[in-house]
Structures are given as C-alpha cells and as structure tokens.
Design a protein around this ligand. Structure first.
Ligand code: GAF
Length: 388
C-alpha cells in the first residue's frame, strides 16, 4: 500500500473514532539490526536499518489533560486516560507505550496537555523488529510537531527509551528508538550509543546482486522478562570488575588480559567476550562496506551469531536452525537480529539463492516440527516522518 493511501485510511479511521479530522499523520518504522547486538547498553556500536514496515499515527492535540488512545491492531476500543494519572509501571497493556511517551515528555518539562491518537502498525509484534519502538517514536514525533517542542531526533529517541525503561519497565538500550527516529532510506545507521553520534552508510544490496532476508521464527519474545535484564546486569558487573564505565571501554587488543582478570567469573567472562568482539565486528562491517566489499560482511554476521549463541546465550533452537540451514545452503552469512530468545534472524544471500534458501529453511522447520517461519526481504527504508 502506498504511503498516501495508508495515511488516508488512518485519517478516516481517526475521524470515525473521534468525530473530527486529525491534526496530522506520522509514520515511524521498525528495524533490523545488521550487526551490533547487546552492545547498546554497553555504550557500544550498532548498525540497524529501517524496515518498510511501520507504525502510523493520526493525532490531534487536546487542551484538557486527557489522552485518548486507539489501535486498529488490538481489540478493545478507545482507552481514555488522564495525564495526571500516568504512573510508571502501572499499565501492562499496549497503551503503556504511547502513554509512556506522553509521561516522559511531561516529566522532562514539555507542555503536552493531551492528545487523541489512533495507531495502526505493520511491524510484526514480538518478532525482534522493534514494533514497540515504532509506536513510541511515531507518538513522540507527532507530539514534538504538534506542540512545537523543537526536540531533535536523538532527543526524541532518548525520551522514548526513558518511556520504555521507566514507564513500561523494560530495561532496553537506545538502539531501536534511534533507528526508528534517525534511519534514512538506502542506508544503514552506524551509531555510537555512547554519545549517539551517527554515520549513514549507503547500503544498496540489490545493486550488487544480493538480498537481505528476514526470517521471523514466530517464536515470540519479550524484553520485560528477566533474561534480557540478567544479561544487562552481567555486563554491568563485568564493567565494574574491570574498573571501566562500560564494556565499550575494554579495547579489543586488551580483551585477553581483561578476560584473565575476571578470574573464576565464567558467566561474566562470556558476556564481556561477546560485547567486546561484537563492537569489533561492527567496526569491521563498517570498514568493509565503506571499502565496497559488501559480500565480505557475510562471515562476520555468522561469527556474530555464534557469539550470541555460545557466549551471550540469547539464541534459541529455531534461530540456530535458520542460521545453520542458511549457511549450509549457500547464504553469504546469517545471524539472529534484535534481543533474541525468539524473534527473527537475517540472511544475507545472492539474489540467485533466495528461493533455494527460503525453501530449505521452510523444510528444515517442518522437519523439526516448528511452526512455519515468515520470510520477507528487507530494504533500507525511510525513518520516522510526517506524512500529512
Ligand atoms: C532489544 C533492545 F531493545 C535493544 O536496546 C538492544 O539491546 C537489542 O535488544 C539487542 O541488541 O532490541
């Protein structure tokens, strides 16, 4: 569906719900991460790009301290909240994401006095593709425009992360919100999560005869469950034991010495090894892409998967099956993407191998008795923007 048609549908749905045309319509995408996993809460490097799948929001201002929320993707009608009643970790439903953004804006002193919001999204949920960040960012961007707050994209991303960490209660990093807010069409975003400095790296796989497939294993995951938080705590413990602010400060050249200093902390040692080698992998991928050697990133992606599986331990049998099958059938590289514990993998392949790989992965899932995966092509797409 074209952007104009989608925007018109959202406008009409808003008018049907709230009895008036919205002040505007905004879009914010989900993302895949090419490389740089579980590095963002260690002040490290990441390299996501925006998906064509996006959240759309039709929004109008209100002046009476009320927030009305509706999603066409969820049963249950319009939720009506009072801004003064917004309290962190008080809401376990989907409304915590948009309400959390309003809470974070107000808590930071921005004069938001209410809104009517209608949302719809094509980002698959629970698939490790940042459906929550897309919702947060589209709401933040809309309110930034409507209330003329003048916040920059990276500031919106920080506020959205705060909404997710404090209001929703999920201890995630800054990658997903920054990807949704700052990615550009035709580019991957090389992001330093310490200071949010960014570089847009051109990525035109089709021009080089390649494709990037996303394989959604259909195994649902959530970052508010304990395992993600445990990894984060383990990394913080590693940084403390090594006397650095964050694991980003452990140089790759000094990794062996750092690991030796961790003594019998085997669990922490593995986390540290993943983060430090993963930061180095991001830098390798950036160097290869900038040198025009795109095919050579494949093995780096696969190496990253092994590190997430063996050291960081956030993979699962379905993700491993995608990667193993893809590599065995001629993929250039493959890895899980996002937080893990389910969700999606990415497969870099020559265009000539797309059908063979898709079939092989489907057959491997059927033979293992897993639910059939959903496979689609990912093209670097635009970041968040106003449509109408
Ligand atoms: C999830 C989190 F939301 C991100 O912040 C990041 O940590 C990612 O998992 C792992 O790289 O998507």
């Amino acid at each position: 569906m074209g952007a104009a048609v989608a925007a018109q549908e959202v406008r009409e749905a808003f008018a049907g719900l709230y009895g008036a045309e919205p002040d505007g319509v905004w879009a914010a995408p989900g993302r895949v991460n090419l490389i740089g996993e579980h590095t963002d809460y260690n002040d490290g490097f990441v390299m996501p790009f925006a998906l064509p799948h996006q959240a759309l929001a039709a929004v109008s201002r209100r002046a009476d301290g009320r927030l009305r929320l509706h999603s066409s993707d969820i049963e249950g009608g319009v939720a009506e909240l009072r801004l003064d009643d917004l309290v962190p970790e008080s809401d376990e439903s989907w409304t915590a994401y948009p309400a959390g953004v309003v809470w974070a804006l107000r808590e930071a002193g921005h004069p938001v006095t209410g809104a009517d919001i209608h949302l719809t999204s094509t980002v698959p949920t629970g698939a490790g593709l940042s459906s929550s960040a897309a919702i947060e960012v589209v709401v933040a961007l809309a309110l930034n425009d409507l209330y003329e707050l003048g916040l920059q994209r990276w500031q919106l991303a920080r506020l959205c992360q705060r909404a997710e960490n404090v209001y929703v209660g999920a201890p995630t990093g800054i990658m997903d919100q920054t990807a949704s807010a700052c990615c550009e069409e035709g580019h991957a975003l090389f992001l330093d999560t310490r200071d949010l400095s960014q570089k847009q790296i051109p990525l035109d796989l089709a021009a080089e005869g390649m494709r990037l497939l996303v394989v959604d294993t259909q195994v649902k995951h959530s970052h508010s469950t304990g395992e993600y938080g445990k990894r984060r705590e383990g990394c913080e413990k590693g940084a403390a034991l090594l006397g650095v602010d964050a694991l980003r400060d452990v140089p790759f050249a000094g990794l062996d010495a750092a690991l030796a200093r961790l003594g019998d902390e085997e669990e922490v040692r593995r986390l540290v090894r993943h983060v430090v080698t993963e930061d180095a992998r991001v830098e390798r991928v950036v160097a290869l892409l900038e040198a025009g050697d795109t095919r050579a990133i494949g093995p780096v992606l696969t190496e990253g998967h092994a590190s997430l599986r063996d050291d960081f331990r956030v993979s699962c049998p379905e993700l491993d099956l995608v990667v193993d099958t893809a590599v065995a059938h001629g993929a250039l590289g493959a890895r899980m993407t996002g937080g893990g514990f389910g969700g999606s993998a990415i497969v870099l392949t020559d265009i000539t191998e797309v059908d063979t790989l898709t079939k092989a992965i489907g057959e491997a899932f059927a033979a293992a008795g897993h639910t059939a995966p959903r496979v689609f092509e990912a093209v670097p797409s635009p970041g968040a923007r106003r449509l109408v």
